[in-house]
Write a new protein. Structure first.
Length: 502
């Protein structure tokens, strides 16, 4: 044992809690050694508990003081501290991934190769190379004021792209530096040529659930360089006025002054109005398979050309999409860069408007088809980003609406997920009517309740289930926030902010 003690290095103790001190760790070791002496063990155990309670309380008090100070000066840091105290759950990567054949890969280099393969397969497409704007290169030069406005609207504390240039660094350039950035952006704008490094993105994989080993069970977030973001933000402001009139009233996502609450309110109001006159409401909650990643680039360009936007703006968008590449980063290693041949760009300011336009082209085919009339207006669909609800008075009309959407979506490269797309009949009848709806001969699930944009829609049209769920969630949130809400160093105003956000 002496030889083992001398030769085998001691494992360094690590504190499991951030409030743990070296003194507590030493006492815990002392307690472990005293297991044979009950009286001594209990004495040390009591001391450990006292020290733990005191240390934890002091740590929480200090954190709460920081939160109170950060309320006005650093909201992002404030919320990070709140998550630290409340113990927000995060799903860590398992350190392994499944190959296409199902084998488990643990070697880091091979994991990167698998991710590169996944990216290549996910974003591959037979993309047509449009020869656009041969004789039309119109577009006003980029003004310094536009650059300054775009930079001011960029959020602080955002991760950097492949060039490692932060928003804060760009802001620190001041007048002379902003002039140089304006000159660079005008050079890109006038030539239509984007430096290769500025077209690159880095993907970070975040598991959707614990123990995720398949690539598709991860959510990817994209890190882009901030310099091209400035240019794209300027272009967005220039073309938005031409895209906006093309979008119908139904969408509530990516629309100014609209949100999930608007979509939920409209759907609930529509249901109430129908039930008041003894009408059943037939709903189909559509789920697309990776909708944002399957948008076809040539279709986007075709639609934008029809809007008559300036040639230089269109050329930059086309170049950015056709020349973009992306790689997966795991820890400090990066996979090989792959061509991204379809999908709206993650993290790009143009993506919400472009996806809204793309989706609108599909949904226009529902015009003049029956839905449910409210106040003399026919409503057959509601949209929030890629969350779509089809609405009808009977099964036959709902099937027709779904057939149109499935057909037009397929033309645009989008695929309806028959496993997650569900139907519901809202009725006051004791037994809800049967509703057999098909997608490509596959029968969809008829459900009694569905969580739509965070709220529970029930087939009886009532809100009992939603109220119960909200009450239960409020109790969970209070317990989670109890440490902060009851702390003497936190004001009522500060306590309200994180409570309403959870």
């Amino acid at each position: 044992m002496e030889a083992a003690t001398e030769m085998i290095p001691k494992v360094k103790r690590k504190a499991k809690q951030k409030w743990m001190t070296e003194e507590i760790l030493n006492l815990m070791e002392e307690r472990r050694c005293a297991k044979g002496n009950k009286e001594k063990y209990e004495q040390i155990h009591k001391k450990v508990q006292e020290k733990c309670n005191m240390s934890k309380e002091n740590w929480i008090n200090e954190k709460c003081k920081e939160i109170q100070q950060q309320r006005k000066h650093g909201p992002e840091t404030m919320y990070r501290n709140i998550e630290e105290i409340t113990g927000k759950r995060t799903f860590l990567s398992t350190g392994c991934i499944k190959a296409m054949n199902g084998d488990i890969i643990t070697d880091k280099e091979k994991i990167l190769e698998r991710w590169a393969e996944y990216i290549r397969e996910l974003f591959k497409d037979d993309r047509k190379d449009h020869n656009i704007m041969k004789n039309n290169f119109a577009g006003p030069p980029i003004m310094k004021e536009e650059v300054e406005t775009a930079i001011k609207k960029m959020k602080h504390g955002k991760a950097t792209g492949p060039d490692n240039i932060s928003v804060e660094l760009i802001e620190a350039l001041e007048d002379f530096g902003i002039g140089k950035v304006t000159h660079l952006l005008n050079e890109i704008y006038d030539t239509g040529q984007i430096p290769t490094d500025l077209s690159k993105s880095i993907f970070i994989a975040l598991p959707k659930k614990p123990g995720a080993t398949k690539c598709e069970f991860h959510r990817t977030t994209s890190l882009m360089s901030h310099i091209p973001k400035i240019l794209l933000k300027i272009i967005m402001l220039r073309i938005r006025n031409k895209i906006k009139p093309e979008i119908a009233e139904e969408p509530c996502g990516f629309v100014e002054d609209k949100g999930t609450s608007n979509a939920i309110y409209i759907l609930r109001t529509l249901i109430e109005c129908a039930l008041e006159v003894q009408k059943d409401v037939y709903l189909c909650f559509i789920d697309y398979t990776k909708a944002f990643d399957r948008v076809r680039h040539d279709e986007i360009i075709t639609e934008l050309k029809q809007l008559n936007i300036d040639g230089k703006d269109l050329r930059i968008i086309k170049t950015m999409y056709w020349e973009q590449t992306a790689a997966m980063r795991i820890e400090n290693k990066t996979s090989t860069f792959q061509d991204i041949k379809r999908g709206v760009r993650q993290g790009c300011v143009l993506s919400p408007d472009l996806f809204s336009l793309y989706n609108e082209i599909i949904m226009r085919n529902l015009e003049n088809h029956p839905g449910i009339k409210v106040g003399g207006q026919n409503i057959n669909n509601l949209r929030y980003a890629d969350d779509t609800v089809l609405i009808a008075e009977n099964k036959e009309d709902l099937q027709k609406l779904l057939n149109i959407i499935e057909k037009e979506s397929r033309k645009k490269g989008l695929e309806l997920n028959s496993k997650k797309t569900e139907v519901m009949v809202i009725s006051r009848k004791q037994e809800s009517p049967k509703c057999d709806i098909l997608i490509n001969k596959v029968k969809l699930k008829q459900t009694e309740k569905f969580k739509y944009l965070g709220t529970i829609i029930s087939n009886d049209g009532k809100t009992n289930r939603e109220i119960s769920a909200r009450t239960a969630q409020a109790k969970i949130n209070f317990q989670k926030m109890k440490t902060i809400l009851t702390n003497k160093h936190i004001s009522i105003e500060t306590g309200k902010e994180p409570s309403s956000a959870t």
